[in-house]
Design a binder for this molecule. Structure first.
Ligand code: ATP
Ligand code: MG
Length: 434
């Protein structure tokens, strides 16, 4: 027996259905907003993340899976996807085509060497979007509204949108100076991580979850007092538009995000489940103005995006029973009453599948009782029974498991019969011929 690697988990059976449901729902919303899928490699050169996510970030400092490949190249498993997406936009010269913004969505695994706990894994999945080549604050609004709409579509109510601005480069430089002065006098009282943050990126201290540090952070100077006119107007435009769209938010001046590439608007979606559990942010993102250039693209191309953690979404949705209607089901389960009818069973099952009925069959020589049990467990609508009488008369018994009725149907009439029986809405995957 082999154990799972620490911090990883299997996503199987009904659980996998839930993951697909969440991902497909978000994908549909993204496509609805004019986004197209990007699939980039799971491995990238380590430099990419050092440059983009940033050397001072927790991710690059402590959480990356980095190794030398056999050609002595430093490779990392992607800890997030924004860097890879932007790299791909730059490499493929999508910005040069002038067809901006480039609107990309993605779904896939990320890897971070973190301490595993509720909602925190070492391999986890993200869905996200990037809108690159933007110049209007209303792109930020569009991206936030996509996140909001996506979470609504999943059934979330009482979402909490936290939002903040990190200001433009000029505002941030001023503010950092002021912050360094403030924290200088409190360094003894701050945790050791915050000592590192003090020299690497002082704004990160604001994000510290340590309760002792929180007390000191509470009295720190606020970014809102150091914003340039331009940044202030930008933020106000975004907030005003959110209000007009009916998207409630809460300004959180300690929200600074863990990645180095953000500027101006940053945001997170939070939710507390009915069990009172808070798994941290369900989705988080923001605006970036230096990332494209850092990765070798043209100067002054800005972008905005967010990423949602699928594991966290599924956990919260489980807690609040938001998957209630999502149970695996079959249209048909085909049951040969004897080993010798297995070849008839595979023929019928294949014909049903080709006609769009989601079908499984028994080829294990089980008793009728055991097969019926399995059909019920798989939530089949119909059990189709093949015995000697049926072979003799070219027919099949159709047992409606929802109504507990059964009839004998000529094989030639089977498809038409099932078509009439199955209500269009219940029909798992049937594509009607009209
Ligand atoms: P946190 O503050 O919880 O560590 P983060 O700021 O590191 O989150 P991001 O880099 O913004 O997270 O990633 C976007 C989303 O991905 C998060 O909001 C969360 O839902 C999810 N996520 C991040 N790290 C993990 C993890 N280790 N396991 C599961 N989901 C994660
Ligand atoms: Mg983190």
């Amino acid at each position: 027996m082999f154990n799972l690697v620490k911090g990883t988990h299997d996503i199987i059976l009904e659980d996998a259905d839930k993951y697909s449901f969440v991902e497909q729902t978000l994908i549909q919303v993204a496509e609805f907003f004019g986004y197209q899928e990007f699939r980039t490699p799971i491995i990238e050169s380590s430099d990419l993340f050092q440059r983009s996510v940033g050397d001072s970030s927790d991710i690059v400092r402590k959480e990356m899976y980095t190794f030398l490949d056999k050609g002595n190249r430093s490779i990392s498993l992607r800890p997030e996807l924004t860097a890879g997406i932007v790299r791909s936009i730059v490499n493929n010269k999508l910005l040069a085509l002038g067809d901006t913004p480039v609107k990309a969505y993605y779904v896939g695994p990320c890897f971070r060497y973190e301490r595993p706990q509720a909602g925190r894994y070492r391999q986890f999945n993200q869905f996200g979007i990037e809108c690159v080549g933007v110049s209007s604050p209303y792109r930020d609004v569009e991206v936030i509204s996509l996140g909001y709409f996506g979470l609504k579509m999943l059934g979330f109510k009482n979402l909490k949108l936290k939002i903040n601005t990190l200001g433009d480069n000029e505002s941030r430089a001023n503010y950092k100076e002021v912050l360094r002065n403030y924290f200088k006098d409190h360094l003894d009282e701050l945790c050791s991580d915050c000592h590192d943050r003090y020299s690497l990126n002082v704004m990160r201290i604001l994000d510290c979850k340590n309760p002792n540090d929180q007390a000191i952070i509470k009295n720190a100077p606020k970014i809102s007092d150091y914003l340039s006119e331009k940044s202030k107007k930008y933020f106000d435009d975004v907030l005003e538009s959110l209000t007009n769209l009916g998207i409630e938010y809460e300004i959180d001046e300690s929200l600074v995000r863990g990645l180095d590439y953000y500027s101006d608007v940053v945001f997170e979606f939070h939710y507390t489940s009915s069990k009172g559990l808070n798994y941290g942010a369900l989705a988080a993102g923001g605006h970036y103005n230096k990332l494209v250039e850092e990765i070798g693209g043209p100067r002054d191309v800005e972008g905005v995006g967010f990423a949602a953690g699928i594991e966290r979404l599924v956990s919260v949705m489980n807690d609040d029973s938001l998957f209630a209607d999502l149970s695996f089901s079959l249209d048909c389960y085909v049951m040969p009453l004897d080993l010798q009818f297995e070849k008839n069973a595979i023929e019928v099952a294949t014909r049903l599948r080709l006609n769009g009925f989601k079908t499984d069959l028994s080829l294990e020589n089980k008793s009728i009782k055991a097969m019926l049990k399995k059909a019920l467990r798989k939530n089949a609508h119909f059990a189709l029974i093949i015995g000697q009488d049926e072979i003799n008369s070219n027919s099949i018994i159709v047992k409606n498991l929802k109504k507990e009725e059964q009839v004998s149907i000529k094989l030639d009439d089977l498809i038409e019969y099932l078509d009439n029986q199955i209500d269009e809405n219940e029909h798992s995957h049937h594509h009607s011929e009209e």
